[in-house]
Design a protein around this ligand. Sequence first.
Ligand code: PLP
Length: 375
Amino acid sequence: MTQTDTDTSQDAAGTSPLAFTVDPDVARRTDEERAQILGAPGFGKHFTDHMVTATWTLDRGWHDAGVRAFGPITLSPAAAVLHYAQEVFEGLKAYRHDDGSVWSFRPEANAARFARSARRLALPQLPEADFLGSLEALVRADVDWVPSGGEASLYLRPFMFASEEFLGVRPAHTVTYCLIASPAGSYFPGGVRPVSIWLTTDYTRAAPGGTGEAKCGGNYAASLAAQQEAIGHGCDQVCFVDATEHRWVEELGGMNLYFVHADGRLVTPSLTGTILEGVTRSSILTLAKELGHEVEERKVSVEEWRDGVASGDITEVLACGTAAVVTPLGRLAWDGGEVVMGEEPGETTMRIRSRLLDIQYGREADEHGWLRRLA
Ligand SMILES: *Cc1c(COP(=O)(O)O)cnc(C)c1O
C-alpha cells in the first residue's frame, strides 16, 4: 500500500476493529467522590476515571488502542498540533434510561462527520467500527459516571490531533485519537430561558473552501473574539453571516438555527459548505415534519430575520446542538438596533425540544432507529 505525504485519508493497514483493552490498574474515585461530582456536575469541568487513546502512524495505521487512566498526555513541544492546529473533534452524549441502560443518539452520524472532518484536515480516518467501539469501551468502563434523572448525561468528546514531533508543514505522520467523558448536568438548571444573540458584522466564521463544514478546533479559536464582542454588547452568544455578501445567516459559534413562521413553517439555512451539519439540526428536519410542520432548507437573509420578527411573520427562533439540545433565542441585537422574539420560550420550540429529549431518554418509541445501546 502506498501512502504519500498529502494522502493520509487512506487507512494504512492497522488492525480493525481495534481492541480497546481496559487497563485493570486504573485507580477509581470512591463512590462518595463520584456522588459528590454527579450531584452538581456543571459542564466540561469533571472527567471520568478513564480515557481512550489510540495511535496512528503512516507505516502502521491505527494501533495501540486502549482504555487507560484519565490524565495528562505527554506531547513534544514540537508536536505539530500545537503549531498548525491539525485537529478535529466530535461531541455526543450517553443517556441513562429509567431501566438503567445507557444509550447514545445517532453515533453513526458523529462517526461519519468525524471522518469527513478528518479528511478536510488531512488527518487519517478512524473507521466507524472503531469510533463506535471506543464509545462502548469507555462508557462500559465508566458506566457509574453516567448520571440519571432530569436532562443529565455523560458528554463524550472524541478528538484526534497531529502528535508528530515535527515543525515542517505537511500532514502529520503520527496522530493520536483520544476519547474523554464528562458528566453534564441540565443545560438550563433553572428551566429553559431564551438567550440573546449578537449579530457580528466584523467577524466571519467560515468562508467558501475553508473549514466551516469540519468540526475542528481552529473554527472555535477563530470564533472567540466574536463571542467576546457579543458579551461586550450584553448578549449571550454570537451569530455569524456569510463571508462573501455579509448578508446570509449561517449559525452560532456551535449551534445551528431554525426560524418558526406564523403559518407553522420551519426554515433552516441550507448547507452551503460553510455551515457545520449538526446531528440535532438533521434530526429536527425529520421530527418537525412528523409534528406537522413544513420544513424548508434555504438561504435566510439578515433582513428576513429582522423584518420577519418585526412584522410577526417569524414567531420563534431556535438554536440547536448536542450540548444544549434546543435553545430559544429571545433577542437579536446588531450595531444599530435590535428585535425581540420573545421573553418566554415559544411553544413550537418547546414541543420540538421535548420530542427530541423524549426519544433520547427512552420515554418515547425510537421509530427511526436513532438509539444505540452502549451499556
Ligand atoms: C457541533 C456543532 C454544531 C451542532 O452539531 P450537533 O451535531 O447538533 O451537536 C453546530 N455548529 C457548530 C459550529 C458545531 O461545531
